[in-house]
Design a protein around this ligand. Structure first.
Ligand SMILES: Nc1ncnc2c1ncn2[C@@H]1O[C@H](COP(=O)(O)OP(=O)(O)OP(=O)(O)O)[C@@H](O)[C@H]1O
Length: 241
């Protein structure tokens, strides 16, 4: 149940690599945060894992299976990979229930119905409004819907692109606590890109810091939190006295 990226090179135009021989590993049940400056390739890494971008070299492997050539929908359906992009992660004009049904489109109908009811119980705020349009939800509730939708097929690996973007500090804390609950309840591993470094590291097991498409630092969440250079560059910490 390990997700790994081995020496991947990837980019959007020929001869311009955004990811440069990048390797990361997410062990079963781990929460791993990817930090790094703007443009360092964090979102590109998630797109490569989910199959939106084809690596020029290297491998993406989920649970021992090389994902090369497997399109996005089959990675979700057959390979246990789920992805919540930063933008456009819900369908506003559709109801909450319809959004969840779409998330379960690859699941057999009986199992889909059961899963949908289970998730509406796990998310009582969504359950109470199951027939309402998704665009009537608050920012935090929308993010919860996006997570619930990604969970519909019962993934083993959850990829999250800046899940706390745009949330108030209170909602952010709730969201990160919730991500940990998802990990505990569903047994998924979580690979998330975040700008809110200190808060995301609080709930993470390990972290990588990317700079220009390479791994600049890696370690336990505590090591990264306490790393002076990382603190000054990415966590807004002042110089140590
Ligand atoms: N669709 C695209 N076509 C061409 N270049 C792109 C595309 N998407 C991203 N890039 C470029 O790839 C580089 C890395 O972008 P990416 O979105 O992976 O960075 P990031 O680390 O997630 O940044 P941020 O923290 O700002 O979201 C940037 O220089 C960006 O301009």
């Amino acid at each position: 149940m390990t997700l790994s990226v081995h020496e991947v090179r990837a980019g959007y135009v020929p001869d311009a690599d955004i990811l440069n021989s990048l390797s990361i590993t997410v062990q079963p049940g781990e929460i791993v945060t990817i930090l790094g400056p703007n443009g360092s390739g964090k979102s590109t890494l998630l797109k490569t894992v989910v199959g939106q971008l084809r690596p020029r070299a290297g491998r993406v492997v989920a649970d021992g299976r090389d994902l090369a050539g497997i399109p996005v929908h089959r990675r979700i359906r057959d390979c246990g990979v789920a992805y919540v992009p930063q933008l456009d992660n819900i369908f506003g004009p559709l109801t909450i229930r319809e959004n969840l049904e779409l998330g379960g489109q690859f699941v057999a109908p009986a199992a889909r119905r059961a899963r949908l009811e289970q998730l509406l119980e796990h998310y009582p705020n969504l359950g109470r409004k199951a027939g309402a349009r998704a665009d009537s939800l608050s920012g935090g509730e929308r993010q919860m819907l996006a997570l619930a939708r990604a969970l519909m097929p019962g993934p083993r690996h959850l990829l999250l692109d800046e899940p706390s973007a745009g949330l108030s500090p209170l909602m952010m804390d709730e969201l990160f606590a919730h991500i940990r609950r998802i990990r505990d309840r569903e047994g998924v591993s979580v690979l998330m890109v975040e700008q809110n470094a200190a808060e995301s590291l609080e709930v993470s097991d390990r972290a990588y810091v990317l700079v220009m498409g390479r791994v600049h630092r890696e370690g336990t969440a505590r090591e990264i939190l306490e790393d002076e250079t990382v603190g000054q560059l990415y966590l807004g910490a002042g110089p140590a006295h």
